[in-house]
Design a protein around this ligand. Structure first.
Ligand code: NAD
Length: 379
């Protein structure tokens, strides 16, 4: 039985990843390590933690005594490091937290893994590693900086982070690569574009827009809304990580992206029109609207759900214009391609939020509301 340490799995992508892995591999054991910051919600993975195939440990990836203890206890074969401070706006407010969690946390995990996995020395003086182990770092396309209207990020694109968040993720990647070079540690890195899907914390664009519509609030869009992101359904990202840790070459970086570039404003308009369509096809969904105005037909009205809700707000400092990933390497080497089109994925995502309002209410406690009001006022 292979054992995985998955950090940050009470968050968005990590939670989707462990659900995917537990469903796909009956014979694995996963230990989740998560600090349960504002972004982590144990409720998201409560049904997965059965104490046998999946155990939960609340703790900090920076806590060396804890991580050493976990390696000693569980003899991990794989580490998949999702744990991070992940929101660019928050990194602009508090860069140091990003440095501590994203850089020192990753380096701490690398050291615990090194201590646990090195079995001796090779003839050339390099450490000898336990057979079959892998340290996987979940990274982002933001490490490459910003693109103009043309071109794509390749694995060879120079690193050019521009926000405190991307600077911290880049530094973590460089440490992972340094451990590969210096100690020959078996590592891999995936750099993925923007994810969307179930369990996404409602401070990020798509779930924020859904939440605000359901609450009858305005829809804040940065600048003129023309910033372009490359969107990937979260399960496709999970499949890519699964492939890379098991079949990808050690020491390599793989870019992951769906060739699905959209301007932020397009995403917002599409979310509005999709919610309207779903609520027209299935009027029972209108029950989740907080604003319950009755229409002439005796049904809860959705007439007010339209583009007039959009409000352009002061642009993010240093807002990157465009990200676009070239995933040719992972496609050619490992046969990965995105399986969920954006049209299908956005409907699945919106339906999930309509069906899981309890989850949204639980995760958006006091801390989040304070942060939201600080960023956008009480709209
Ligand atoms: P998230 O913010 O939803 O989740 C992060 C999780 O990490 C939370 O559960 C939080 O409690 C936990 N955490 C934070 N600090 C911790 C610490 N010190 N110790 C232990 N746990 C801690 O993030 P996400 O969107 O799921 O992103 C996961 C990873 O994927 C991040 O590393 C992020 O950089 C990367 N990534 C995200 C995207 C995206 O679109 N969301 C795209 C590419 C890469």
């Amino acid at each position: 039985m292979k054992t995985y340490l998955v950090t940050g799995a009470a968050g968005f992508i990590g939670a989707n990843f462990i659900k995917y892995m537990l469903a796909k591999y009956p014979e694995i054991k996963i230990v989740v390590l998560d600090l349960l910051t504002y972004a982590g919600n144990l409720g998201t993975i409560a049904e997965d933690i059965d104490g046998e195939r999946c155990e939960f440990v609340k703790g900090d990836i920076c806590d060396r005594a804890l991580t050493d203890g976990l390696f000693a206890k569980y003899q991990f074969d794989y580490v998949v490091n999702f744990a991070a401070e992940s929101h660019v706006d928050r990194s602009i407010e508090n860069p140091q937290l990003f440095l501590v969690t994203n850089i020192l946390g990753t380096q701490n995990l690398l050291d615990s893994a090194r201590k646990a996995w090195v079995t001796g020395k090779t003839a050339t003086g390099y450490p000898e590693w336990r057979e079959g182990v892998r340290f996987h770092q979940v990274s982002t396309d933001e490490v490459y900086g910003s693109l103009g209207a043309e071109g794509y990020f390749h694995e060879t694109t120079p690193l050019d982070p521009r926000s405190p968040y991307s600077a911290s993720k880049t530094s973590a990647d460089l440490f992972v690569q340094a451990y590969s070079e210096t100690y020959k540690m078996p590592v891999s890195i995936t750099r993925c574009s923007n994810n969307y899907g179930p369990y996404h914390f409602p401070e990020k664009l798509i779930p924020l827009i859904i939440k605000n519509i359901l609450e009858g609030k305005l829809l804040p869009v940065y600048g003129d809304g023309t910033n372009v992101r490359d969107w990937l359904y979260v399960e496709d990202h999970c499949k890519a990580i699964d492939l890379v840790i098991h079949k990808g070459r050690a020491g390599e970086v793989y870019n992951v992206g769906g060739h699905n570039e959209k301007q932020n404003i397009e995403i917002v308009k599409l979310t509005i029109s999709t919610i309207r369509r779903l609520m027209t096809e299935q009027p029972e969904y209108r029950q989740v609207l907080k604003k319950k105005e009755m229409g002439a037909d005796g049904q809860i009205s959705i007439d007010w759900i339209n583009e007039s809700l959009i409000t352009f707000v002061k642009d993010r400092l240093g807002h990157d214009q465009r990200y676009a990933i070239d995933p040719t390497k992972i496609t050619n080497e490992l046969g990965w391609t995105p399986e969920t089109s954006f049209e299908t994925g956005i409907v699945k995502t919106i339906r999930w939020y309509l069906d899981n309002q309890k989850w949204v209410e639980d995760i958006t406690g006091g801390d989040y509301m304070k942060y939201y009001e600080q960023m956008y006022g009480n709209r």
